[in-house]
Design a protein around this ligand. Structure first.
Ligand SMILES: O=C(O)CCC(=O)C(=O)O
Ligand SMILES: [Fe+2]
Length: 280
């Protein structure tokens, strides 16, 4: 009886959280990549003027669409979630112009972080590049505005299942053995709510199976997560957050009127000791 109860209880993994105001540095990003820090929140990590302009460029973007893959939200860009490599890279190629249009003539903060990290890793003999296939490569980011109706506008999930199930045509597969890092730039936040909630739990394959989410990592039930401690990141436009996407996370309900919540998101991780891949 005790054994059965134990196997149904989600294991607690401690969260190592770093939150501060200022400029992000590449050493901290590498600590997240290496699994030394679970979550890093940099308040005011990029300019509010840039954040506002990106938001305006999202709203007016002709490629803005509703997601049709069961995750409620609007987006610009490509998502590898539930897609084979051929579809994802075709979508990435098609989305290149619209992702570029999110930045217009701005100095792109996502590209800025990518280039700084690339330089730092290069000095350590590690290559950083966009994931690629025969005729295309991943975009630098995608823009997402969640619209779930329940207690979470984006339900509880992990970002690893989708990498584990990405299929053999992707070069991403190896990253799932290491830390899959989600990198988020917050371009706009609602007046209230829209917190990024991260639970002290890194599901195993058995946990995913018990939740029926082995292929998607989405969504974990509220009952399953109920006994697990969590941390809420209260976010503002201009903030940057990196998390170990293997830990279950969600976005809390937000005020419906006024500003929308908009995040620029991408993923990165070690595919080999000398190669870090970046994709969306
Ligand atoms: O919007 C956020 O803060 C989190 C986004 C996220 O978890 C995802 O895109 O997988
Ligand atoms: Fe996520």
């Amino acid at each position: 009886m005790t054994t059965a109860q134990l196997s149904e209880t989600a294991a607690i993994s401690p969260l190592v959280i770093r939150e501060r105001t200022g400029t992000i540095c590449t050493a901290e990003i590498i600590s997240v990549l290496k699994g030394e820090i679970t979550a890093l929140h940099i308040k005011g990590g990029f300019s509010i003027e840039v954040a506002d302009q990106i938001t305006a460029n999202f709203v007016s973007n002709p490629a803005l669409k509703e997601r049709n893959d069961g995750v409620p939200g609007q987006y610009v860009g490509a998502s590898h979630y539930q897609k084979d490599a051929a579809s994802y890279f075709a979508e990435s190629r098609n989305a290149q112009t619209s992702v570029g249009a999110l930045f217009g003539t701005l100095v792109d903060p996502v590209r800025g972080l990518f280039e700084a990290l690339k330089r730092d890793l290069h000095t350590q003999g590690i290559e950083l590049r966009l994931a690629r296939a025969a005729h295309a490569e991943a975009n630098i980011c995608r823009a997402l505005s969640w619209s779930g109706a329940g207690p979470y506008v984006l339900e509880a999930h992990d970002d690893v299942a989708q990498v584990l199930c990405a299929g053999k045509d992707y070069e991403l597969a190896g990253v799932a053995r290491n830390t899959v890092v989600a990198l988020n730039f917050y371009a706009s936040m609602a007046e209230k709510g829209g917190d990024l909630r991260i639970w002290s739990h890194k599901p195993t394959a058995i946990d995913r199976k018990s939740q029926g989410v082995e292929k998607t990592g989405y969504p974990y039930s509220i009952t399953y997560l109920e006994p697990i401690p969590y941390h809420d990141f209260s976010l503002k436009a201009g903030d940057i957050a990196l998390i170990d996407g293997g830990f279950v996370h969600a976005v809390t309900r937000q005020s419906a009127n006024g500003k929308r919540r908009l995040v620029l998101n991408c993923f990165l991780g070690f595919a080999r000791p000398d190669l870090v891949l970046w994709w969306t």
